[in-house]
Write a new protein. Structure first.
Length: 281
């Protein structure tokens, strides 16, 4: 009888811990208007600052970033972006990143707007300025994978599912916490690790003499290179890597004091990225 009671209690605890729970509601973050303007909520993984909820308010040209505890982290306005059709808001934001379009720690992203016979692509900086503008050019895609794995996201603090109201009277977005983890898409892992399995860990950081770069190649890839760039985006060193070891040591005595970015490049493209700082001896 005792065994039966214990088994019942254990099963009850397991069921309770495996429930899907509503974690937060974001007002008007799932709204689609009659003029095709829309707001969305998603998760992105920033190279330096990690996983964030992002409320994309396309109608008001604003990105609002929230920490995983749902506290507001940062808000970015891109009100100066070009509208190719001011009546219909067909614009989109892609590839939210810190080290893709330049090498500082600020956020940049791709802004795209396409009309019936016109289009524009711009790279927007965190301060609302523009790093790049291409008039009458636009990518033919709808999302930036693997950054955006809608509607379920693995993060460093658990797995979330984001749903939006499905009728005209409900424009909210609902964030649910899931008991398990998604086995594909954005994978939680250590700093510098990508979903393709590649990783980079640089230490000591900061350094005045030498850095050790621990790396892992993507699954099924036998060789690649590690490329190091300075803060101006200029390549300063290139290292051949393979599976015979899992690290390289790099003397930085000839490097100028400053911030450097390094990444893994293979036949699959650019993988894990990390950053280190050199200081005077």
């Amino acid at each position: 009888m005792k065994h039966a009671i214990l088994l019942f209690m254990l099963c009850t605890c397991l069921v309770a811990s495996a429930q899907i729970t509503l974690d937060e509601t974001y007002a008007n973050a799932g709204f689609t208007g009659g003029n095709f303007s829309w707001q969305t909520l998603e998760v992105v993984r920033l190279e330096l600052d990690g996983d964030k909820f992002v409320f994309r308010d396309n109608e008001n040209k604003t990105l609002k970033f929230y920490n995983l505890d749902h506290s507001l982290w940062k808000s970015i306005s891109y009100s100066g972006a070009i509208d190719v059709d001011p009546v219909y808001n067909s614009a989109n934001v892609l590839y939210i990143s810190q080290y893709l379009f330049d090498l500082d720690d600020e956020i940049e992203f791709l802004y795209v707007d396409v009309g019936s016979d016109v289009g524009v692509t711009q790279v927007v900086n965190e301060d609302g300025t523009f790093l790049f503008t291409a008039n009458d050019q636009a990518p033919r895609l709808n999302g930036s994978v693997p950054q955006n794995q809608q509607p379920i996201y693995n993060t460093s603090e658990g797995t979330f599912m984001i749903l939006s109201g499905a009728n005209s009277s409900d424009g909210n977005a609902y964030v649910y916490r899931l008991p398990g983890a998604l086995q594909v898409g954005i994978e939680a892992g250590p700093v510098g690790q990508m979903s393709d399995g590649s990783s980079l860990l640089v230490y000591p950081n900061p350094t005045s003499d030498e850095v050790r770069i621990d790396y892992a190649l993507p699954q099924g890839v036998s060789s690649g290179i590690i490329t190091i760039y300075n803060s101006n985006g200029n390549e300063v060193k290139r290292l051949n890597i393979d599976r015979s070891t899992d690290h390289v040591n790099v003397s930085i005595r000839e490097f100028a004091i400053g911030t450097y970015l390094c990444n893994v490049q293979t036949i699959l493209g650019v993988g894990a990225t990390n950053k280190f700082v050199t200081v005077g001896q």
